[in-house]
Design a binder for this molecule. Structure first.
Ligand SMILES: Cc1cc2nc3c(=O)[nH]c(=O)nc-3n(C[C@H](O)[C@H](O)[C@H](O)COP(=O)(O)OP(=O)(O)OC[C@H]3O[C@@H](n4cnc5c(N)ncnc54)[C@H](O)[C@@H]3O)c2cc1C
Length: 485
């Protein structure tokens, strides 16, 4: 089969994986990236550049061990030995959760949370104490992890629906001893009973899947920063990766795709045999698009995205360790939602990173529309109530923040399919990924795992197969086309 010349728009995970795989199949690639750096929504911030100081992930930060495609590339790129367990929200029982009695330590909060659930759940007396414990902690997760609009929409009647997931399961063995806070070991529960996740229908379908990923699966992080994944991929690609080259227009012809590209103060046109477009549809729909059919334009216009914000602090020292918090996260509610305590990396003399606030959806819109000084002040004030050490002079050395909804290269954090059932999710995926002649599409929004690196990888592998086989007659259906690390 003759080598194809493929131009890839976007050097996020999808674009980089596609470039790597296309070259492995003998094709030639050129990657055009609008941002000065590769990686897209993988963005590692180093507070002390050039020295082994604290770092924080302003984009993706953890990988479920069950995401086999992503894990395969980490292995193939020699990064597997840097994988460490990611301690997530509610996993460190010394961290905090917001309850009707204020901020309580997670280990002390079960009684209050169950009491709150009893107050709002009709017929609560009909459930066992273990089921109520499960319902109470799942409701907290919904509150902590779901964005405001979704939280409100699913809130009504959700308690009973959530408790229904564990009907018939013996929960006794998952309740930890009262001395340990009477927490329910949700992680072990989800691991032992995959049917909880598989049995989710309707509005709970994608949502519980994501909650289980956040809670149930082993989550991993990459010591030294997740951007190593993007940089390693780039190193392995032989074709040019042109950063600072922003595509501003795209015209689909019968035998070519013409791109208009801005670089510095100049603009040029490039005529391409094949194009793989991996940029988010939020950005694509603002470009000058010609020759695409109405159905595709409608898909590009329709895809819904959520915002996300992160505000990270460079602290003089990890003061939270003195309170017994060794990792994981707190849910302090209010504007700032989730707080994470990243593990200490590098030279302790260079300080410690605190991911003070992580918000998505409407919560992110609210925080994102504030001016930067107002946003930082709001975060410090709210988190300062839980951690007064933040108010000590000289404790906060620097701030790094990212509002993904107003970042020009993404204009959103991730495509969302929550609230849709499995069939509707798959229909949407096919609509988003559908190619147009010699123009192909990839990116997390074209996958069955939106909002995850795994989705970007899955979509890239699928697009590579389609490009390799194009036109359909070029490769017999049973001829092998192996893609994947
Ligand atoms: C805050 C946040 C937290 C997340 N947490 C996790 C997590 O913990 N685990 C996980 O697995 N996933 C997480 N994700 C999702 C994950 O980061 C994404 O699914 C994945 O990185 C998307 O990759 P992509 O290649 O599809 O898109 P992108 O990474 O967005 O890549 C698209 C690329 O196209 C470029 N581009 C845009 N416009 C143009 C243009 N006009 N011309 C040229 N180039 C252009 C962009 O600069 C970008 O580099 C998170 C995302 C966010 C925002």
């Amino acid at each position: 089969m003759a080598a194809k010349r493929v131009t890839i728009i976007g050097a996020g995970v999808a674009g980089l994986v596609a470039a790597y795989e296309l070259e492995r199949l003998g094709h030639q690639v050129v990657v055009l990236e609008g941002h000065p750096e590769v990686g897209g929504r993988i963005r590692t911030h180093r507070f002390v550049p050039g020295r082994p100081g604290p770092l924080v992930e302003l984009g993706a930060m953890r990988i479920p061990a069950t995401h086999h495609r992503t894990m395969g590339y980490l292995q193939a790129l020699g990064l597997a030995d840097r994988l460490r367990e990611f301690t997530t929200l509610f996993q460190d029982e010394a961290a905090y959760v917001q309850t009707s009695r204020g901020h309580q330590r997670i280990r002390d909060a079960s009684a209050t949370l169950v009491e709150e659930l009893r107050g709002r759940l009709p017929g609560a007396g009909g459930y066992s104490p273990q089921m109520l414990l499960f319902g109470a902690w799942m409701a907290v997760r919904v509150n902590a992890l779901a964005p405001g609009d979704f939280r409100d929409a699913v809130g009504r009647g959700l308690d009973a629906e959530l408790i229904g997931l564990v009907e018939g399961i013996d929960l006794d063995r998952y309740v930890r001893a009262p001395g340990h806070g009477e927490l329910l070991d949700l992680r072990a529960l989800f691991a032992d009973h995959p049917q909880i996740r598989a049995g989710c229908r309707g509005r709970l379908y994608r949502f519980v899947d994501d909650i289980v990923n956040e809670t149930g699966a082993t989550l991993l992080r990459l010591a030294g920063g997740l951007d190593q994944l993007a940089h390693r991929l780039r190193e392995r690609i032989r074709g040019p990766v042109h950063c600072g080259n922003e595509v501003t227009g795209l015209e689909l012809g019968e035998r070519e795709v013409r791109l208009r590209i801005r670089h510095g103060f100049g603009t040029r046109t490039r005529s391409c045999d094949y194009v793989l477009c991996t940029i988010p549809f939020t950005v694509l729909r603002a470009l000058d698009l010609r020759g695409l059919d109405q159905e595709k334009l409608a898909a590009i216009a329709d895809q819904r995205y959520w915002n996300a914000t992160k505000v990270a602090l460079h602290c003089r020292e990890p003061f939270w360790a003195r309170e017994g918090i060794t990792g994981g996260g707190s849910f302090t509610g209010g504007l700032i939602r989730q707080t994470y305590y990243p593990p200490l990396e590098g030279d302790p003399e260079l300080g410690a990173a605190l991911l003070a606030s992580y918000t998505i959806g409407q919560d992110a819109d609210r925080l994102g529309t504030l001016s930067r000084p107002a946003r930082i002040a709001a975060v410090l004030e709210e988190l300062g109530a839980v951690h007064p050490e933040l108010r000590r002079p000289g404790m906060v050395l620097a701030v790094a923040d990212q509002v993904w909804g107003s970042e020009p290269s993404t204009r959103g954090a991730a495509a969302v399919r929550w609230g849709k059932d499995a069939e509707a999710c798959e229909e949407e995926r096919i609509r988003m990924a559908r190619p147009q002649g010699r123009l192909f599409f990839a990116g997390e929004h074209c996958s069955s795992h939106p909002a995850w690196i795994e989705g970007a990888v899955e979509s890239a592998q699928q697009a590579v197969r389609e490009i390799h086989r194009y036109p359909a007659a070029a490769l017999a259906a049973d001829e092998p086309c192996e893609v994947g690390a």
